[in-house]
Design a protein around this ligand. Structure first.
Ligand code: SAH
Length: 395
C-alpha cells in the first residue's frame, strides 16, 4: 500500500524527519488498516520511506525505516532494540540496580514506543497505531536484548486518543511487578510505583540535572526549596549532598508520601520538610512568612500542551519564577525547567528574564540544562527536545 505525497512535500522526509502529516498526502492506494505498513512516495513516485499508517491522527504515518532494503518485521525491532540498549550501555546506565530509558520513541527509530527500565522491570508506552500493531514483537525484541522480570504497559496517556487508541495498562509479559520497585540513581535509592506513578512511574529525564544540583549545595549550610517535587528526586540529591534543609513541595499527597518514604529509605529524613499544596499559593505564603532559600528548584508539569496554550503558559512560567526568585537569598541559585515541547529554551529564558525584572533582581545564567542523554534527541527530530532548564545565579 502506498502513500503518495503532494508535490513539494517530500523535503522533511528527505531530511529524515519521521512524520507524514495528513495535509501533505495526495493519494493513498488501498485501504491500510491502523498500524499497517505503507510505502511513502514522493508525488512523482520516488520511494522515500516505509512507515506505519495512523488513520485517526493528524500525523498520518510514522516512519520505521528510510532504508528501502529494510523490511518492517521482528528483525527490524530487534535491531532497533539492540541499538537502543547499546547507547545506554555506552552511557554507563545499565547497572542491574539502575533505572534508565531504554527506548525513546522517534529518537531511537521506534515512533511511539517509550520503554523505561527500572532495576530489572520494563515499563512501556505504545503511543501510535504502529506501535500498537507491533506491540508483541517490540516487547519480545526489548526482552531479548534486555531480559526483564516483567514487562508492564502504561499506555494510559492522552496522546493515545489522538491516534484513536483506547487507554491501556497491564502486564504484557513475565511476572507482575511488585507494588514498589526499588532502584538506584547516583547513590540514592528510589521507589517507583509503575502502576500509579506519572508516565511510566518516574521522571528519569531529570537524572543529570539532579546530579548537577549537588554541585550547588554547600554541606551543612544550603537550604533548598524543591517545588513540584513529585517523588522528591531533586530534594533527595540535595539532602545527600549535605543540604541543611530541604522543603519538598507538591500538590499531590501521594507524591509527597513517596518522597517521604524515599527520604527515610536513604536515611535523609531529618533534613526534609514536606509542604502539601498549590505551588503558586505556597510560594507566596513562604514569602509572607519571611522564609528564604539558597537554592530553589522549579520543575512544573507541562503548562502548554498545544501551540495555542503557549501564551498562557508563558504567563504561568513568569509568575512561578518571580515567586521562586523572590524566595532566594542574594547569591542564591534558581534551577528552573519547562517540559512543554512548545516552549523553546528562548521563550523560557524570556519568561524568566521578565520574572527577575518583576522581582527587581539581577541574575546571570550559570548553565543550561536538558533531558538526560538516555533521552537523546534525533538531530532530524527537534520535537524530541522537550525538557529544558536554566540555572540562574541571582544577586
Ligand atoms: N521534579 C519532579 C518531577 C515533577 S512532575 C522530579 O524530579 O521527579 C510535576 C509535579 O508537579 C507533579 O508531582 C504534580 O503533582 C505537581 N504539580 C502540578 N501542579 C502543581 C501545583 N500547582 N502546585 C504544586 N505541585 C503541582
Amino acid at each position: 500500500m502506498d502513500v503518495v505525497l503532494q508535490r513539494g512535500r517530500e523535503g522533511s522526509l528527505l531530511r529524515r524527519h519521521p512524520w507524514v502529516f495528513s495535509g501533505s498526502i495526495a493519494v493513498v492506494t488501498g485501504r491500510p488498516a491502523p498500524g499497517e505498513t505503507v510505502e511513502i512516495l514522493s508525488h512523482d513516485g520516488e520511494w522515500l520511506a516505509r512507515g506505519a499508517w495512523s488513520p485517526e491522527s493528524q500525523i498520518r504515518a510514522r516512519v520505521w525505516t528510510f532504508d528501502p532494503d529494510e523490511a518492517v518485521d521482528e528483525v527490524l525491532f530487534r535491531r532497533r532494540a539492540e541499538s537502543a540498549l547499546g547507547l545506554r550501555r555506552a552511557l554507563g546506565l545499565t547497572e542491574p540496580s539502575a533505572a534508565f530509558r531504554l527506548c525513546n520513541a522517534e529518537n531511537d527509530g521506534l515512533p511511539g514506543v517509550i520503554v523505561d527500565h527500572y532495576a530489572g522491570w520494563s515499563v512501556g508506552q505504545f503511543l501510535s497505531a504502529g506501535a500498537e500493531r507491533w506491540k508483541t514483537q517490540i516487547v519480545d525484541a526489548c526482552n531479548s536484548v534486555l531480559p526483564a522480570r516483567g514487562f508492564f504497559e502504561r499506555s494510559d496517556t492522552d496522546g493515545r486518543r489522538k491516534e484513536g487508541l483506547p487507554a491501556k495498562a497491564g502486564l504484557l509479559a513475565g511476572a507482575e511487578p511488585p507494588q514498589l520497585i526499588e532502584y538506584q540513581q547516583l547513590g540514592i535509592k528510589q521507589l517507583v510505583d509503575v502502576r500509579r506513578g506519572h508516565k511510566t512511574g518516574a521522571y528519569l529525564d531529570q537524572a543529570e540535572s539532579r546530579a548537577y544540583l549537588r554541585t550547588l549545595i554547600k554541606p551543612g549550610a544550603s537550604e533548598v526549596l524543591n517545588a513540584f517535587c513529585y517523588s522528591g528526586g531533586f530534594g533527595l540529591h540535595a539532602a545527600a549532598a549535605g543540604a541543611a534543609r530541604v522543603v519538598q513541595l507538591d500538590q499531590s499527597a501521594d507524591a509527597l508520601e513517596g518522597a517521604r518514604s524515599a527520604a527515610e529509605l536513604n536515611g535523609l529524613g531529618a533534613a526534609c520538610e514536606y509542604l502539601h499544596g498549590d505551588a503558586f499559593r505556597e510560594l507566596r505564603t513562604l514569602r509572607e512568612k519571611g522564609r528564604a532559600f539558597d537554592v530553589v528548584v522549579l520543575d512544573p508539569p507541562k503548562f502548554a500542551s498545544t501551540a495555542a496554550q503557549v501564551e498562557r503558559a508563558l504567563g504561568a512560567y513568569r509568575d512561578i519564577n518571580r515567586l521562586g526568585i523572590q524566595l532566594l537569598r542574594p547569591g542564591g541559585c534558581l534551577l528552573t525547567f519547562s517540559c512543554s515541547g512548545n516552549v523553546s529554551a528562548e521563550l523560557l529564558t524570556g519568561a524568566v528574564a521578565e520574572a527577575a525584572a518583576d522581582a527587581g533582581r539581577s541574575a546571570r545564567i550559570l548553565n543550561r540544562l536538558r533531558q538526560a542523554p538516555d533521552h537523546a534527541v534525533g538531530l532530524s527530530y527537534p520535537e524530541g527536545e522537550y525538557l529544558k532548564g536554566l540555572v540562574l545565579l541571582v544577586d
